[in-house]
Ligand binder design. Structure first.
Ligand SMILES: *Cc1c(COP(=O)(O)O)cnc(C)c1O
Length: 342
């Protein structure tokens, strides 16, 4: 088909292709995703944290997405996208840009379904992360000085190879896939009052809005780093303008460009959106290890910091915090523990 693999006009400052349908998924779409996802991934535990429950005088439940293969929730989206992939895309394979959990998710799902995957990362990408992607069978393309240069190269390659580019936010199948975590919570605890969700590109928070937010009385609260408030601004001001730069230790949510699809869902479904400081994020990483012996990356700790910031507002409530990922850099983790008071 003419132009099928050429970029089209984008509603935001990212590159999109004709196969990027920007219609928000519904809860029925998420239910269909769940049937696919559960054939490949276990349901994750919802476990009460005694220390956080005591600190907040609330019933605090942790959704342990860190127990999934790859150690982060994103693999739910990868599995749903690849499981429902049009036949025409399977042979040429999938391309994505990511130094982190998005890349691992697509690589894991590609291996699971026998679809070739190429992940673009910057030239100076951490050797451990490159090795992890290669271990999952992905071709790793090291290109450019930063994420955006690697991403642009991947987008060109998607045109050259006539292959499918997997966007990190404007993908209904990723959002529906990650939303399956929300349906698991609805089944177990329909009485949840509030969920604090870390926001980078917004797929995770969108998934909770479409499930917990639609099916129960739970308030879905987004939390972003003060140093990387792209989606926060989009939610508040309705602008899809990119930030010039972002600066946070939480690299999993260091997103410069807001995405049109997730912004639409979050503006409709988020009850509140909060920003937290770098200090609060660093403190939350150390705290969760000290009190619960859980290893988290900064992106995940952002939601914990958001709940701690809400403090006494949560008294008596049932509160869920997703443990969204555990892929923290070892040196960073050691430094945060050494510098903390715990
Ligand atoms: C990607 C990621 C997030 C943020 O998710 P978005 O869907 O980009 O908003 C949070 N935590 C971890 C561990 C992640 O990998």
């Amino acid at each position: 088909m003419a132009g099928r693999y050429e970029p089209i006009e984008s509603p935001d400052e990212t590159t999109v292709f004709p196969y990027h349908d920007l219609t928000p998924p519904t809860v029925a779409t998420v239910a269909r995703a769940r049937r696919r996802v559960r054939q490949h991934l276990p349901q994750t535990p919802l476990v009460r944290s005694e220390p956080l429950s005591e600190a907040l005088d609330a019933d605090v439940l942790l959704k342990r997405e860190d127990t999934l293969p790859t150690g982060a929730f994103k693999v739910r989206g990868g599995v749903n996208l690849v499981a429902s992939l049009d036949e025409e895309f399977r042979d040429a394979g999938l391309l994505a840009a990511s130094t982190g959990n998005h890349g691992q998710s697509i690589a894991w799902a590609g291996r699971e379904f026998g679809v070739p995957v190429t992940i673009g990362v910057p030239e100076d990408a951490n050797a451990g992360k490159v090795a992890a992607l290669e271990q999952l069978g992905a071709e790793v393309l090291q290109y450019g000085a930063d994420y955006d240069e690697a991403r642009e190269r991947v987008e060109e390659l998607a045109v050259e190879r006539e292959a499918r580019y997997v966007h990190s936010g404007n993908e209904p199948a990723l959002i529906a896939g990650v939303g399956t975590a929300g349906l698991e919570i609805v089944d177990e605890r329909p009485d949840v009052d509030r969920i604090f969700c870390p926001v980078g590109g917004g797929t995770s928070a969108a998934g909770y809005c479409l499930t917990l937010g639609e099916l129960t009385d739970a308030a879905v609260v987004g939390v972003q780093a003060e140093g990387a408030p792209a989606m926060y601004r989009a939610w508040n001001e309705g602008t899809l303008a990119a930030l010039d730069s972002v600066d946070t230790i939480a690299e999993g949510i260091a997103t410069r460009v807001p995405f049109a699809l997730t912004t639409e869902i979050l503006r409709d479904g988020l009850a509140d959106f909060r920003l937290v400081s770098e200090e609060a994020i660093e403190d939350a990483v150390a705290r969760l290890f000290a009190t619960d012996r859980i290893v988290t990356e900064g992106a995940c700790a952002t939601a914990v910091a958001g709940a701690l910031q809400a403090g006494s507002d949560l008294r008596g409530e049932t509160v869920v915090i997703p443990i969204s990922g555990r892929n923290v850099d070892r040196e960073k983790f050691d430094r945060l523990l050494a510098e903390s008071d715990y």
